[in-house]
Design a protein around this ligand. Structure first.
Ligand SMILES: Cc1ncc(COP(=O)(O)O)c(C=O)c1O
Length: 362
């Protein structure tokens, strides 16, 4: 056997590009177009004056941040887990909860990291097709229903709500049905985009000790560069997640992440003002897209997933790029005719609309 046959070989996740040219309008990775809350800048300045604190290892329980999140979401601190972006939290959740050898379920069109982690950790999975209109059919996740895709209990369930890249949200009662029908496995709801108008399933947590809600600071809290994500679930679920994390690397959350993250959670007014502004811009952009003949599922996120019947998505993508507007195109089955366009500032979206008018010749 060669050494190469003993190597873990995987096909990695392909992240959206981070262009060096800062003059482009960057609408390809769903970042927030506004800065983090003013309290974050103040705390960052204070930290830079106290660099001597960096001598010590950070608090591996991230107490300041965990307690602030627990307060904000009305849960016990022992129900909160924080990680280096929700990618870190989700990867550890796959590693911790999906160990039965049974297939886990997730939609065929969703965050494309799910199958990468499943492959990395050798977790078998079944991709469940979304409906024609890209919505999730909850019946597909109810063992015993006619449209359940497996012949045995699943090893776990994960879906994004709202889903990405479609932008569509599922109502909480549907999630309730899925959680109620699957007491034998962990159900993860990835709520990366929930703050832009969808309803969080955190309200279901008192009923289900196998339900994990994962959120991020990268979108609605304008801190993608800081890398902070978190999960909320039952104390038991969080304990298992921590045990795995502390068996891997205890100190992944650095001091600035803990301190600045806490400031971002504290400033609820600012959080509401930027998410409200993005939602208003999105609604105006939807109107502009409809006027130009675009077709799209109704987005509850900070992006719109749209196609134009008059021009292939690849061509539209290239023409926008010529105009220094970068959006995201996924060359994948069912969605290759769509572009995912992040909602930027009002001015940026007006420029996008103008560029689309020019490209489409009207
Ligand atoms: C659905 C979904 N989940 C999770 C993430 C990961 O976000 P982060 O690791 O920045 O918290 C993303 C990022 O785009 C996403 O779209």
């Amino acid at each position: 056997m060669s050494w190469e046959e003993k190597v873990r070989r995987v096909t990695p996740y392909v992240a959206g590009e981070q262009p060096k040219d800062k003059t482009v309008i960057k609408l390809n990775t769903n970042e927030c177009p506004y800065p983090p809350s003013p309290g974050v800048s103040v705390a960052a300045r204070m930290l830079s004056e106290e660099s001597e604190r960096l001598r010590l290892y950070p608090d591996m329980d991230c107490t300041l941040l965990v307690e602030e999140l627990a307060r904000a979401y009305g849960v016990d601190p022992e129900q909160v887990f924080v990680g280096v972006g929700s990618d870190d939290v989700l990867a550890l959740a796959f590693l911790t909860y999906f160990t039965s050898g049974r297939k886990i379920l997730f939609p065929d069109i969703t965050y494309s990291f799910y199958d990468v982690w499943a492959d990395l950790f050798r977790i078998p999975y079944e991709k469940v097709p979304l409906r024609e209109d890209f919505s999730i059919d909850p019946e597909n996740y109810l063992p015993g229903s006619g449209s359940f895709p497996l012949t045995e209990e699943p090893g776990g369930i994960i879906f994004a709500n709202p889903n990405a890249p479609t932008g569509l949200a599922m109502p909480v009662p549907a999630i309730d049905r899925i959680a109620a029908a699957n007491p034998g496995c962990v159900v993860i709801v990835d709520e990366a985009y929930v703050d832009f108008g969808a309803q969080s399933a955190i309200s279901l947590l008192p009923q289900y000790d196998n339900l994990l809600i994962v959120q991020t600071f990268s979108k609605s809290r304008a801190m993608a560069g800081m890398r902070i994500g978190f999960a909320i679930g039952s104390m038991k679920l969080i304990r298992y997640l921590k045990d795995v994390k502390f068996s891997f690397n205890s100190y992944t959350m650095n001091l600035p992440s803990i301190v600045l993250g806490r400031e971002a959670v504290r400033d609820e007014d600012y959080f509401r003002s930027i998410t409200g502004r993005i939602v208003a811009t999105r609604e105006q952009f939807k109107k502009d897209l409809l006027e130009m003949g675009f077709v799209f599922p109704d987005s509850s996120t900070n992006f719109v997933f749209a196609r134009h019947p008059g021009m292939p998505a690849k061509e539209l993508f290239a023409k926008l790029r010529e105009k220094k507007i970068i959006v995201r195109h996924f060359d994948k089955p069912r969605i290759s005719e769509y572009l995912r366009i992040t909602i930027g500032t009002e001015e940026q979206m007006a420029k996008v609309t103008e560029a689309l008018h020019e490209i489409l010749g009207r």
